[in-house]
Design a protein around this ligand. Structure first.
Ligand SMILES: [Zn+2]
Length: 430
């Protein structure tokens, strides 16, 4: 009895050991996210070659874990134009100097400028553009040296601008989230978003000093490797995530992008390690693709699908991971309505195994890197986790320490179970 008991225990230990040795690895994803969001990566954008530094790091990682490369050493190069802000950045009102990223963000299309603007205040009650035009004469030459203060009721004016208005500043109660731009505002104009407290109604002027650069053909890198399929090597499952982020706004202000999208990058690498350790589970060829240029408009995934190293018709399913480090409130599936069979499959697996608390079903949306695959007819989902653990979308606070990977094991179990089931269940488009 005792002996048998000992054997059972040994067996159990062996099972537990092999599961934990070859399954998801929480310390590993945390490490990758920490490294990618560290100051050495400069926010993985267009200042100090942040994006290529990240690419170099990830290329080494793909090699270290043992993925077979697509292309020469995993690397696919392409170019795009981009505006960046590597130099001086100072914004000062008649009251105080504001802190970048916390108190304000500059519209990324703003070119180098060193200028003091007189502020023209619009009443807080305005919510329509037509009301704005009733207040100001956009043909006035005066506007060149004036900056219109737009109330937050005029949605996204800091992002989209207001036709006829040359420079504007939007007071916004929301988060100071930023973006990247491939466009340029006219020389001598500026657009900013600022927290209301830092721009009280008695403010009369604003000084801005900003040094920008425009690169016509920025060199960007996609990375891709694979594990060859054990049974159907000609068909593929694609796992994709973007590793680029927003970079720096001025010399000192970094956007770390832990959630967006160091998390998805780490998750794809963790999946790669799993299929490398369990090659028999790689029924189809498993492709692991880390793209750049997402924040500049899905440029990397678009280039990749236009120049794919395999036939896209052979892809059984593609899953894009973008912001997967939470999960306390479940997960969201974009394209759920486009691929109802695959969606029923993943939700059934989720509820049967109690992986995550909730699944949100969304229709199509060209908001991340699944889109270029989907547009070329590849069955695809964009999956992200949900939860209040990290609400720092595109802000300076999206740091590794604010990303708990709350449901990593469950999420990993869900995705590998879904992929496992894809070998027996065909996926049809609606
Ligand atoms: Zn983003």
């Amino acid at each position: 009895m005792r002996r048998a008991g000992f054997h059972k225990l040994t067996l159990l230990l062996l099972v537990v050991f092999s599961v934990s040795a070859f399954a998801q690895d929480r310390p590993y994803v945390h490490k990758i996210v920490r490294d990618l969001s560290s100051p050495q990566m400069f926010g993985r954008g267009y200042v100090k070659n942040g994006d290529s530094k990240a690419a170099e790091y990830l290329q080494k990682e793909m090699k270290k874990i043992g993925l077979t490369p697509f292309f020469q050493d995993y690397v696919q190069e392409y170019q795009f134009p981009i505006q960046a802000h590597p130099g001086k950045l100072k914004v000062k009102t008649d009251n105080e100097t504001l802190m970048p990223g916390r108190d304000f963000v500059v519209n990324a299309a703003t070119q180098s400028i060193d200028k003091t603007f007189q502020l023209v205040w619009l009443p807080d009650t305005l919510t329509q553009l037509s009301q704005v035009y009733a207040f100001i004469d956009t043909t006035s030459a005066l506007l060149i040296d004036q900056m219109i203060v737009v109330p937050s009721g005029i949605k996204n004016a800091w992002r989209n601008g207001i036709p006829g208005v040359k420079s504007l500043i939007q007071r916004d109660k929301g988060a100071m989230w930023w973006h990247v731009s491939r466009n340029q505002l006219p020389v001598g104009t500026a657009i900013l978003k600022v927290v209301p407290d830092k721009l009280p109604p008695n403010t009369t002027e604003l000084q801005i000093k900003l040094e920008s650069t425009f690169e016509k053909a920025h060199n960007a890198i996609n990375l891709a490797g694979f594990v060859k399929g054990s049974t159907c090597p000609d068909s593929l499952i694609v796992f994709v995530a973007h590793y680029d982020h927003l970079g720096m706004m001025g010399r000192k202000t970094m956007f770390p992008g832990a959630s967006d999208n160091a998390s998805g990058t780490a998750f794809v690498l963790d999946l790669a390690r799993y299929y490398l350790s369990n090659p028999e589970k790689a029924f189809y060829t498993m492709a692991f693709i880390l793209v750049s240029g997402e924040e500049a408009g899905l440029l990397g995934s678009r280039y990749f699908t236009d120049h794919a190293p395999f036939e896209l018709e052979k892809v059984v399913f593609a899953i894009n991971f973008d912001m997967v480090g939470t999960g306390s409130e479940g997960f969201t599936v974009v394209n759920a309505k486009q691929f109802p069979e695959a969606f029923s499959m993943i939700s059934a697996l989720n509820s049967t195994n109690n992986y995550l608390s909730k699944v949100v079903e969304r229709g199509e949306s060209c908001n991340s890197d699944h889109c270029p695959f989907y547009e070329k007819g590849v069955p695809s989902f964009f999956i992200h986790t949900q939860g209040p653990e990290n609400q720092h979308y595109h802000t300076i606070y999206d740091k590794a320490a604010s990303l708990p990977f709350t449901k990593h094991e469950a999420f990993f179990g869900l995705i590998t179970a879904f992929v496992h089931q894809l070998k027996s269940t065909p996926v049809n488009k609606k």
